[in-house]
Design a protein around this ligand. Structure first.
Ligand SMILES: NC(=O)C1=CN([C@@H]2O[C@H](COP(=O)(O)OP(=O)(O)OC[C@H]3O[C@@H](n4cnc5c(N)ncnc54)[C@H](OP(=O)(O)O)[C@@H]3O)[C@@H](O)[C@H]2O)C=CC1
Ligand SMILES: O=C1O[C@H](COP(=O)(O)O)[C@@H](O)[C@H](O)[C@H]1O
Length: 480
């Protein structure tokens, strides 16, 4: 999709880490492709007293090519307003600036409000956008909301209620950047574009699913946020459960936003919400400890020396749906693990009545590697070349061929373009968020109310042994 778009972006949190690392480079990529060109402007807002010139210099610095004419022309579309989101007066100034830029760049009233700030401000921003008439009557008004959407089901419901007073669900784009990743988007193509996978995608043929989101980085500069979140809220509630929904949803009636959403909601609703005893049996929480020259979590800046925050979660999920009942979904995510790896392994059941049973055949495994390198492969068994009849495993590379040598777009670039085009297929609907929180809340509450220990794992490992035992008890092991 390369239709030209016109919009005024208003970024709340314009001086923040996300804006600099992800949003400005993503907008620049759209600019270089000509998708946003003349008829766009960006207002960055935050409290610090920057000038437009300083802001433009910061934007340039955030780009992969900083000193080119294109970068400078692009940054000239950026304006800064010092703004405390709690201060009504600031919205009056913001409105005037927005009107001026709308006219200058002939934008036609389209506005995209990006809330790249702590969620505690989302309600007040939404309210002021309406009450101070920063929304327009002659174009669209869409609000993109960063994660985390709430802290638990209750706070998410309250937040949703306060936003929905001012914006309809169709104009709310709850971002989960994993849904913008090329290989995550590939899941539906692989499942529903191939009868060989579509017809086998159920509990008669799939033995188990494994999802790994491992990171080599530690908590970095985000201690304040991470201490209130932990790996369960930071990664499981959103990214992992979104992947689970794509893997277990039924085939939608059509490839459309409404039909896909409906099936994803059903998939999340079908997740078994655990009782406290079941949480203890099916979930492991752990924290990284100093090893391999790296600090332990409790020695990191601004982390309490007795912090109970989990930096690793592994779990076994159960789905109460016709197609997935009885298929365990093993999930795992953590910081300071051996390496960055985001992957999905679909392990198929062995051939019934296998005539090669004495040869210890490898499982058929479909692997979708999301990162660091996007790849799809299928493990099969073939005859070894030569005399006799021995089998050997073979990896079939099913990776999408990049026929035009295109650079793969970053998740934020794709999602920003979707939001500009009004396509919410790759954003999360409120009901998806609600069911995800209900699932996660049960685990969090069980942990908070129980003596279930927070176990340790050394930096650079793949997590604690308890995460391996979760599978071993079922006579399985992690494929990765
Ligand atoms: N960083 C990341 O990699 C990711 C971040 N996110 C989410 O994105 C959002 C932003 O995160 P991040 O950029 O890391 O956070 P930062 O802490 O880096 O940025 C927060 C921004 O909010 C501004 N701000 C804070 N208080 C006010 C206020 N009262 N009025 C106006 N502006 C204010 C800050 O600027 P100033 O101090 O000048 O006011 C700053 O621009 C969060 O919801 C986070 O969970 C999601 C995924 C990844
Ligand atoms: O949302 C988040 O995601 C990042 C990992 O994202 P990735 O695209 O690098 O895989 C994680 O580091 C961060 O803690 C979390 O908030």
């Amino acid at each position: 999709m390369s239709t030209k778009q016109q919009a005024l972006f208003i970024i709340f949190g314009g001086t923040g880490d996300l804006a600099k690392r992800k949003l400005y480079p993503a907008l620049f990529a759209l600019y270089q492709k000509g998708i946003i060109n003349e008829h766009f402007a960006v207002i960055g807002t935050a409290r610090r007293p920057w000038t437009d010139q300083h802001f433009q210099a910061v934007v340039c610095e955030s780009l992969p090519e900083q000193d080119t004419t294109a970068a400078k022309k692009f940054a000239a579309h950026f304006y800064y307003q010092s703004h405390n989101v709690n201060d009504t007066e600031h919205y009056v100034t913001l409105k005037k600036l927005a009107q001026k830029l709308d006219k200058k760049y002939q934008i036609g009233g389209n506005r995209l409000f990006y809330l790249a700030m702590s969620p505690r401000f989302f309600g007040t921003i939404a309210q002021h956008l309406k009450s101070q008439e920063i929304v327009t009557a002659d174009g669209y008004n869409r609000v993109i909301i960063e994660k985390p959407f709430g802290h638990d089901y209750q706070s998410a419901a309250e937040l949703n209620q306060s936003i929905s007073k001012y914006f309809s669900e169709d104009d709310v784009f709850r971002i989960d950047h994993y849904l913008g990743k090329e290989m995550v988007q590939n899941i539906l193509a692989i499942r529903f574009g191939n009868n060989i996978f579509n017809s086998l995608w159920n509990n008669r043929y799939i033995d188990n699913l494994q999802i790994t989101l491992s990171e080599s980085l530690g908590v970095e500069e985000r201690a304040g946020y991470y201490e209130t979140a932990g790996a369960l809220r930071d990664m499981v509630q959103n990214h992992i459960l979104q992947i689970v929904s794509l893997l277990t949803m039924k085939m939608p009636t059509t490839y459309s936003e409404a039909d896909i959403r409906r099936e994803k909601i059903c998939a999340l609703k079908a997740l078994k919400v655990y009782q406290p005893q079941e949480v203890a049996e099916n979930f492991v929480r752990a924290q990284y400890q100093a090893a391999n020259g790296l600090k332990g979590y409790r020695q990191e800046d601004q982390i309490a020396s007795d912090s109970q925050t989990e930096t690793f979660v592994a779990g076994k999920l159960k789905v109460a749906s016709e197609n997935f009942a009885g298929v365990p979904i093993y999930i795992r995510t953590g910081k300071r693990l051996r390496q960055k790896a985001t992957r999905i392994d679909v392990i198929f059941k062995p051939v019934p009545g296998n005539i090669f049973a004495d040869q210890n055949l490898a499982d058929n495994i479909l692997t979708i590697k999301v990162e660091p390198e996007g790849k799809v492969s299928l493990q099969v068994n073939v005859k070894k070349i030569g005399q006799g009849y021995q089998l050997q495993e073979q990896q079939l590379d099913l990776s999408p061929e990049n026929r035009n040598g295109q650079q793969i777009a970053e998740a934020y670039e794709k999602l920003l373009l979707d939001a500009l085009a009004g396509d919410a297929t790759n954003f999360t609907h409120w009901e998806e968020v609600a069911y995800s929180w209900k699932f996660v809340d049960a685990i969090r509450q069980a942990w908070d109310n129980s003596q279930q220990p927070l176990v340790e794992y050394p930096c650079g490992s793949m997590g604690p042994k308890q995460a391996d035992e979760l599978l071993a008890i079922d006579h399985r092991h992690w494929i990765y």
